[in-house]
Design a protein around this ligand. Sequence first.
Ligand SMILES: O=P(O)(O)OC[C@H]1O[C@H](O)[C@H](O)[C@@H](O)[C@@H]1O
Length: 617
Amino acid sequence: MAALSAKTIKNAFLAQHHPRTRHGTRYHSGFCFCITRSMHSFQECRLSVADSSAKWLNTTTTPWTSFNKAVSCNAAQGGSDVSSSEKVDFLNLQNGSDIRGVAVAGVEGEPVNLTEPATEAIAAAFAAWLLNKKEADGLRRLRISVGHDSRISAHKLQNAVTHGITAAGHDILQFGLASTPAMFNSTLTEDERNHLPVDGAIMITASHLPYNRNGLKFFTSDGGLNKADIKDILERASEIYEESAHGKQREQEDASRGVVNSVDYMSIYASDLVQAVRKSAGGKEKPLEGLHIVVDAGNGAGGFFVDKVLKPLGAVTTGSQFLEPDGLFPNHIPNPEDKTAMNAITEAVLDNKADLGIIFDTDVDRSAAVDSSGHELNRNGLIALMAAIVLEEHPGTTVVTDSVTSDGLTVFIENKLGGKHHRFKRGYKNVIDEAIRQNSIGEESHLAMETSGHGALKENHWLDDGAYLMVKLLNKLAAARTLDSSIGSKVLTDLVEGLVEAAVTVEIRLKIDQNHADLKGGSFRDYGEAVLRHLENAIDKDPNLHKAPKNYEGVRVSGHGGWFLLRLSLHDPVLPLNIEAPSKDDAIKLGLAVLAAVSEFSALDVTALNKFVQQGT
Ligand SMILES: O=P(O)(O)OC[C@H]1O[C@H](O)[C@H](O)[C@@H](O)[C@@H]1O
C-alpha cells in the first residue's frame, strides 16, 4: 500500500509536468532546435533556428535576459523550478569528477539546486574552460555535443545547456537520448558531414540515482575531466551566474551566435560496435545468428543495444526488457550493483532460455552479464572474465582494479591467467587514470575495471564503456561460433573457471554525523581518517588479523579466511565497510573486530554493523 501511494504521487507529479500524448510521454521542451538529422549545414540550421526563436523570446524564466534576446533559441520556457534570483552554491554541485544535483522538485528535504539557470552557467563555463584549453590551437568557436539519459529533467537541462553554449557563441550538436561513452566517442569520431569530431561533449545524467536527480559529465578527446577541472568550471560558472544576475552578461553579436544541429549519433556509434564484432568474426555479416541474447536496459539509455547492435549481428533478442526510456525507472534501479536489477535479468535469461543476458546502468557506462545457466558475470566475475579475454591478447599485462576487489580475483589473475593485479582505489576515474599512469612508467596495462561494472580498455582509448565491455564478450561468442555453431555462453563461463568467489560478501555503510559534537568542528574527512588510524592500531595488536602489505586507501585486513576493507567514501560522509569471508561466522568475526575498534567514535552510526554481527544480515 505504501509503495502504491508513492507511485501515485510520482504519477501525479508526472501528469502535472509531462503531459502524455498518444505516443507516450511528452517532455516539456519548449526549445526550438533544428530537426535536421545531421544533413543541414550550420548556416541553414542557424536560419531555421532564428526564424522559430521569436515566439519564445518573451517566455524565458532564466536570468540570461540579454543572452536570450541575442541568441537564436532561448532556454526551456517556463521550465525552471527556481527563481532566477536564487543563490546557487556551485561548488556543492561537484561530485568527484562529475556534477550532480537535484533537478526535479517534490521530494521532501531535497530542494532543486541544479536549476536551469545554474545549468546554463555551467555549460557556458565549460565552453570558457575548453576555449582556454584550445586557444593555443587558434580556436575561437567551439563545437560541443550534448546528450542525455532517460531522466524526466533531461530535456529542460538539454535546453539549458544548449542555451548556455550558444549564447556564449559556440555551436552545439544535440544527440538526444545517448549513452555517456557515446558522448566521449563523439570527440574522436572523424565525420565532417555530421560535424564530427566535436571539441567537447556534455552528458546529462545522474547514473542510477533517483529520478529527481540529474548531473553533467564533460569530455574532451583526452577523456573525462578530472576533479580539478570540474572545480575550475564550477568557479567560472559561479562568476558567470553572478554577472548574469547583475545584468553584466556579455551580449553576442548576431554573427557570433552559436547554432544548433541535431545528429543521430547513437546510430553512428552503434555501427562502430557492430563493425568491431564483425571484424573479430572474420568479416561475417551476422556472426551472432542463432544466439539468443536478452538485454535489460532498466528504462535507461541502453535500449539501442538491441535494435542497433544485436539485431544487425543476427542475434535473437526476444524477452529483452525495459528498453523504453522512462525516467521514473518503474521496474528496477538501472544498476548492475543492485540485487533486484541482477535478479530481473537473471530471470529473463532463464524464462527465455537465452544464451546470454546483458544489463546496463542508466547511461551505459556500466554493464554486467548473466550466462545461460543464470550465473552472474558481475563484479569480480566480470573483471575476471574481461581479464581472461585481455590477457589472451596481451599476456602478462597488468589489470588495474578498484580497492574492493576480492583476494580470489588476485589469485585468479596472477596464478591462472599469468597477469598482474594492481588493486588501486575506488572510483572509475581513479582506476582509469592509474592504468594510464602505469603505462607511462613502463608498466604495460590494457584493462582498468571497477567492481561497479565500469571498465575501460587501452584499445578503446581508455573509454569507460559498458557497451564496449559487452562487445568484447560478443566477440568471444562470435569467434567461438565460427568453430562450433552450437556453442553458447559456455565459452564465457569456461573463461572464469577457477575463480573462487567468497560465500559471504557484504557492504555496510557507516554514516558519520557531521553535526555531532565529537567532530569538534572538524570535517567528516578528518574524523573518518581518525577512525581509520585507530582501527589500524587495533589491528596491529590482533594476532589473527594482518594488514594488506600493499593498500592504497582505507584499512584492508586479512583474517578468518577472508578480508575486510574500511575506507572513506569518495563522496559522502560515510565509511563503507566491505567484508568477504568463507562463512557467515567468519564474516561476523571480521565485523566484530571492526566494531570493537570503532565503537568509541560516537559520531559514527554503527547500527547496521551491530545488526550484522548479531544476525549476520
Ligand atoms: O565511495 P563510494 O561512496 O562507495 O562511491 C564510489 C563510487 O562513486 C561513484 O558512483 C563512481 O562513479 C564510482 O566509480 C565509485 O565506485
